[in-house]
Design a protein around this ligand. Structure first.
Ligand code: LLP
Length: 415
């Protein structure tokens, strides 16, 4: 479902005119659609219906409390990678028994907090982590439910920075060591082995590697079971891509869910998924204002008030985000490099974008709901933007713009 629509000249998110949001809250600002988040989550939940399942939203994609709260109300589970994310989930009303804890470097304090909260499962990535988890569980007098994240050695066919399932990657337990790790886990007295998981990468547009990984994980699960270690669930991770530009064809969520659920349930397991981007990516935009137009013989620069500090993806991954006017107005269209004010040549939000723009115009950078605010920084002492959630005809500020004073308030001068 697209909740972003143009009505005549104006861009709307649900029933809210984005020009009004920019006016009321200023720019740069992130704006999310509640209805888009809900319908994307439901596509997973309904696609898995009929099989015992849990859709665990990957909090890292967008950790705003309002986003987590909307999903918690739907009954979502959560995939966390830190104690900070656990605290956010609990503060937003998420249920600990629907939380799974992924990540290659879980700290002792983080493990303790998760055990005390009573989370559903630890996705363990190494044998030393198993040993640490067992010791902490013992010290707390608790049992730790575990799944082993295996590295299926499958090429997700995506950007190398967001590909995680290949041999030589830091993630997961190598496929060929997995059985030995399961035997270690089964012998540790304070662990309950309940699952197997993998996550091969992100922004995956071709379903073939996902299917290959599922196949390899199911093969391994059968071998684990044959050694007398019964598993309850198979967690196939996240990674489903979204359309960032016209013509991009992401895999169909419902079809992928149905296929995966059929295979996993016929092997006798429940299924867990960890989608992040596919739930929030296309539910958010970043609004920005044109500050200056700089034209010379070589290039044309459209300097806006958003930057790599607010949206790092183009600078870090050369990622494409469509950029469109918030209100279309007549004027000569030219190709612009849309750049921010940050002092880095990489601070380019989009190259060669054909736009009719003047200073003061508002632009919307699309598909910015995932890994946008979540990866923002204060580089160049820029306050983080506000976040607004649209719900029908209301627009609620769910995080105010940071103030400059708050950026250095905790810092101290020395004599
Ligand atoms: N599960 C695990 C264990 C993960 O590491 C990730 C993402 C997910 C689930 C969710 O993946 P998704 O469904 O969102 O693809 N910053 C990058 C993406 C990094 C993804 C890291 N792991 C970007 O902006 O493209």
């Amino acid at each position: 479902m697209s909740t972003l629509q143009r009505r005549d000249a104006d861009l709307f998110l649900e029933s809210v005119r984005l020009a009004d949001v920019a006016e009321r809250f200023g720019t740069p600002s992130y704006v999310y659609s509640r209805a888009a988040i809900e319908s994307s989550w439901r596509a997973f939940d309904e696609g898995l219906a009929g099989t015992p399942h849990l859709v665990c939203y990957a909090v890292k994609a967008n950790a705003n409390l309002a986003v987590l709260g909307v999903l918690a109300r739907l009954g979502s589970g959560f995939d966390i990678v830190s104690g900070g994310e656990l605290a956010r989930v609990l503060a937003a009303g998420g249920r600990p028994e629907k939380v799974i804890f992924s990540g290659v470097g879980k700290g002792a304090g983080e493990i303790r907090a998760a055990l005390e909260a009573g989370i559903r499962c630890f996705n363990v990535e190494s044998e030393p982590e198993l040993v640490r988890l067992d010791a902490i569980a013992s010290s707390l007098g608790r049992r730790a439910p575990v799944s082993l994240r295996v590295n299926p050695d499958v090429d997700a066919g995506t950007h190398p920075y967001i590909s995680t399932g290949l041999r030589g990657n830091k993630f997961g337990i190598p496929h060929e060591r997995a059985l030995a790790a399961y035997e270690v886990a089964a012998r540790l007295p304070n662990l309950d082995v309940i699952g197997i998981d993998c996550h091969i990468g992100s922004q995956i547009l071709d379903p073939a590697p996902l299917l290959e990984a599922l196949d390899r994980v199911l093969g391994l699960a059968a071998q684990v079971r044959a050694r007398g270690i019964p598993l309850e669930h198979v967690d196939i991770g996240g990674g489903l891509g979204i359309a960032y530009r016209m013509g991009e064809q992401p895999p169909d969520v419902a079809a992928w869910c149905r296929t995966a659920a059929a295979q996993v349930s016929s092997a006798g397991y429940g299924i867990v998924m960890e989608p992040g981007r596919a739930i929030v990516g296309n539910a958010g935009v970043l609004l920005t204002t044109v500050e200056y137009l700089k034209e010379d013989k070589e290039r044309r620069f459209c300097v806006v008030d958003a930057s790599m500090s607010e949206l790092l993806r183009p600078a870090l991954y050369e990622a494409w985000h469509d950029i469109v006017p918030v209100a279309v107005r007549p004027g000569e269209e030219k190709a612009w490099d849309v750049v921010g004010p940050v002092c880095e040549s990489a601070d380019v939000l989009g190259s060669d974008r054909v736009l009719a723009v003047s200073p003061g115009d508002r632009l919307a950078i699309l598909s910015a709901g995932a890994y946008g605010m979540a990866m923002s920084s204060n580089y160049n002492s820029r306050p983080r933007p506000c976040e607004v959630m649209v719900d029908g005809s209301r627009a609620v500020e769910v995080r105010p713009r940071e103030s400059v004073a708050s950026l250095f308030a905790p810092e101290r001068l020395i004599d």
